[in-house]
Design a binder for this molecule. Structure first.
Ligand SMILES: N[C@@H](CC=O)C(=O)O
Length: 312
């Protein structure tokens, strides 16, 4: 596991946001998690961010240390593993105490929906870093979650390393809050935070450093190829490469992105994720046929692309 990073690491790999595999009785399934991690690493992904898709919101703090151990032992030496913390202050305090004695260069603060105020969020983030010594990537899902000026100060103080930005907009190229954040902390510290499709406008228009995604867990090589096209400014090629993700992304959009991804990784055959932790449930069995078809088609495209790349 990487223990030293700088901002260039936000751009070197897609930040994969994997689901987390459990046994039937909600224990950690080490083998299945390791299988998914090996699939991602074999496809060229070197950053793993365990957050929303892993349902970390619902993971018990009493098992947080065991959860970290199971991931640390599974990743390659040069993989950057980012655990999530929070979202509420109680979890931040308890998890800071555990992370204090670990070697993580950063953690990601999950977004708090309510009850919170922007000033309260700033205070809570600062408090976590004071307690743990671990800087944060801040996951922003709502407009003005943290004022841009405050974010600039947190970056200057070294409390915030970066931002995962996922505020939905009718037109993703029109976003004054994102522009304020870029002006405050620099685009090199911000990644697009909700999958391959929004990454296209975010990287071409705002020149964000990179992006997080869930479908990358099935098609890491294809997602990395898409990232490379975006980074070299080849918008037409990136647009073409995005097409392969759209059938599964459409199902995620329609039936819940986290639940569908969890089920899709299992049904694709990459690794069996088992049940999903309460308060969530797996995708509705009525859509399993559609998910299986889309997930297997994406995996088939991935394996064909890998073979072509190996032969070239
Ligand atoms: N939500 C996005 C990226 C992760 O946060 C996805 O799953 O594609």
């Amino acid at each position: 596991m990487l223990t030293t990073i700088d901002t260039s690491h936000l751009a070197r790999s897609v930040l994969a946001v994997p689901p987390f595999a459990l046994t039937g009785d909600f224990e950690i399934n080490r083998e299945a998690n390791a299988k998914l991690i090996r699939h991602l690493e074999a496809g060229g992904v070197s950053t793993l961010l365990y957050g929303g898709n892993a349902n970390v919101h619902n993971w018990p703090v009493s098992k947080f240390a065991a959860w970290l151990d199971s991931l640390e032992e599974a990743v390659a030496e040069d993989t950057w593993l980012i655990p999530s913390v929070g979202p509420d202050w109680g979890k931040l305090v308890d998890e800071a105490a555990i992370l204090k004695s670990r070697r993580y260069p950063v953690a990601m603060a999950l977004p708090m929906i309510a009850p919170q105020t922007p000033e309260g969020v700033v205070r809570g983030l600062q408090d976590f870093v004071d307690r743990s010594g671990v800087p944060l990537i801040v996951y922003i899902k709502t407009d003005q979650y943290v004022p841009a000026e405050a974010m600039g100060r947190l970056v200057e103080q070294g409390a915030v390393f970066g931002i995962k930005y996922a505020v939905p907009r009718a037109d993703l190229t029109q976003d004054s809050y994102l522009q304020e954040l870029i002006d405050a902390v620099g685009a090199e510290r911000i990644v697009s935070g909700f999958g391959e499709p929004p990454a296209l406008p975010h990287l071409t228009h705002f020149k964000l450093a990179g992006f997080t995604a869930g479908c990358v867990c099935i098609a890491p090589h294809l997602s990395m190829t898409f990232l490379h096209a975006l980074k070299r400014g080849d918008e037409a090629e990136a647009r073409r490469q995005l097409e392969v993700f759209m059938p599964l992304e459409a199902l995620r959009e329609r039936h819940n992105a986290i639940r569908v991804l969890h089920t899709a990784v299992s049904l694709s055959g990459v690794a069996d994720m088992g049940p999903i932790l309460p308060l969530l449930t797996e995708a509705d069995p009525a859509v399993h046929g559609d998910i299986r078809e889309a997930a297997r088609a994406l995996l088939a495209a991935e394996m064909t692309a890998r073979q072509k790349a190996a032969a070239a």
